[in-house]
Every structure is written in C-alpha cells, then in structure tokens.
Write a protein that binds this ligand. Structure first.
Ligand code: BG6
Length: 302
C-alpha cells in the first residue's frame, strides 16, 4: 500500500484521506459506511456530505472559486469574525476572514461509523490587518448519518471582543420554488432583498420562497426543516449556541451578477444559515470560549 504524502499522520486509510481537491487545494475525503464527505482546509469548509443511499445534501456552484483569498461558493462557508459587512470597515471582506484562508488540520478520528475532524485558525498577520484581536476558532465537524458542525471561538487577548459568525449552509434542493421551510413561522426578520432593508414579519405558515430572499431572523433558537417533496426528504437543522437564522436565495438577477454563481443554478440551492449576527453578535471576555453548533439530518418526506 502506498502512503499518501499529503496526509501523513492524519490519514485513516480507506476512511478519511487528505487529497488534492478543486483548485489543487487540500481537502479531507471521508468515505465510510454512513456517508461520503469533503472538507477543505481552505476555510475549514465542508463542501460535500452525502449519507449512504441519499443524494448529496449540500450544493456547490460549478462556477465557484477554489483559491486562496476567495470564498468557496456553496457547501458551508464559515463566516467569522463578522457576518455580512464589517460594522466599522466597509472595505473589509464580506462575511469575515475565516473563509478566505487555510486552516490548520488538528485531528482526524474514527468513532464507529463517524469521522470527527478538527481544524483551527489563530489570529495572524492576515487577520490582524482587518481585525486586531487575538483569537482562536476551531471547527469540529462530525461526518456520519448526521453532519454536525461546531464552531468554538476563544478570546486569547486581554480585552473583550464582539464577533458575528455563521455556518452559511447551502442546501441542495430540486427546485427552491417547490420547497418550504418550517421553523420561522410568525418571526420578525430584517429583509435585505432588493437593497432596501426593512423589518417585516412572517405569516403563521411555513416559508415559501417565490422571489429573491435575504432574511435575517434574530432571537431564534428554533430547529428549521426544509421540506423537499421532489427529493422525497426533509432536511432537519437543529442548532445550539445560535440566536440568528438567515435564509438566502439570490434569484435571477443577483445570480447573474455574481461571477462565481451560474446564471441558472439558483433554483437548486437554498441557504438556511445557523448564525449569530446583528443584535445577536457575541461579546467574549478574555480567556472565554463560545460554542455554536448545527446538526443536520435527513428524514423521509411522507
Ligand atoms: C447571505 C447574505 O448570508 O450571504 C446575503 O444574507 C449575501 O446578503 C449572501 O448576498 C452571499 O454572500 P457572499 O459574500 O458569499 O456573496
């Protein structure tokens, strides 16, 4: 058997191996009885998770960049230390810095049918340029018949800091116009679609997306369920340590305006994001750690 020069001590032969992915970026490829998955070191980015016998759960654009300094379009970008635009620096990269750079692979372990991966990012010259704070963020991903993603943020500096974050999950659906999202009924949201932000309230019924959607719901810990009749499944997103949920689909014109998004791809994706944003941003004291987790599983649609 030849050893994988990329993987070294992290390889679990036949189960989890480091390989060159798109753009020649290193990624961990997981292959177990329970699922197949990919996680890039770039951004600690999960791009693929497919429980055995199911179609892929995550969506990635065919036009995505796979390049240092640019975010991957699809899968689960990690947004940190801010969500959306930086409050104080309008020129700073959108959705923070974590999705733009390589993380450190800390461990890969097998527990029964699950593979647990830990990646981390510490403050460095590239992060300090935009955000002069000392931090460590760890992404602990568990790949099995469920996908669990946990972000742990630690303040390594001497002063408190405030941060926003998201597991900006892009889900693969047959047609966004045919699905409904449960869990957001009756909630107030910041509607950023069309460029003019306004507060609105959802009716007491599951959300159907029929136009561009860019909605931030604050103060909600609710589980969300994407009901996808055409694929015969429900995607259940449980969360903890998260008070915000974001729903996004760019629809026709915004999709056309994005260079890393195919013009006709928007019907196949739906973002339901586990986040702490806007008024739910987290204040973290020196030495303290905050954890946010999203746990994703499939159920049959009956
Ligand atoms: C969503 C935001 O979370 O991400 C949208 O609410 C944004 O406003 C979208 O357009 C995609 O962002 P980006 O930076 O990956 O193009």
């Amino acid at each position: 058997m030849t050893s994988n020069p990329l993987g070294g001590k992290f390889n679990l032969p036949g189960v989890a191996e480091l390989e060159r992915g798109q753009g020649d970026l290193p990624r961990l490829a997981v292959n177990t009885e329970a699922c197949q998955a990919h996680m890039y070191l770039h951004g600690a980015h999960v791009t693929h998770w497919q429980p055995t016998g199911q179609r892929p759960v995550l969506w990635v654009s065919r036009k995505s960049w796979f390049e240092d300094g640019k975010p991957i379009r699809g899968g689960v970008p990690v947004c940190f230390p801010w969500f959306g635009s930086s409050e104080h620096m309008p020129d700073a990269p959108k959705h923070g810095l974590a999705r733009l750079m390589p993380w450190n692979l800390e461990s890969v372990q097998q527990h029964g049918e699950e593979v647990r991966v830990a990646m981390s990012l510490r403050s460095n010259d590239r992060t300090r340029k935009w955000w002069p704070r000392e931090f460590e963020i760890r992404h602990l991903a568990t790949f099995g018949d469920r996908l669990t993603m946990r972000l742990e943020v630690r303040n390594r500096g001497a002063d408190p800091f405030v941060f926003g974050e998201a597991l900006h999950s892009y889900f693969f659906v047959e047609d966004v116009r045919q699905v409904s999202v449960h869990g957001l009924e009756g909630l107030e949201y910041l509607d950023a679609a069309g460029g003019q932000a306004a507060m609105r309230r959802e009716p007491e019924e599951p959300l159907k997306v029929v136009e561009e959607a860019d909605r931030l719901y604050c103060g909600t810990q609710a589980t969300c369920v994407i009901e996808s009749p055409g694929m015969g499944r429900r995607i259940v997103i449980d969360k903890s340590g998260s008070n915000s949920t974001v729903v996004w689909n760019p629809w026709v014109e915004k999709a056309q305006a994005m260079p890393d998004f195919g013009d006709k791809e928007w019907p196949q994706m739906m973002c339901v994001e586990t986040a702490n944003a806007a008024e739910d941003r987290v204040t973290l004291g020196p030495g303290a750690t905050h954890a946010m987790e999203a746990a994703i599983r499939l159920e049959p649609y009956v």
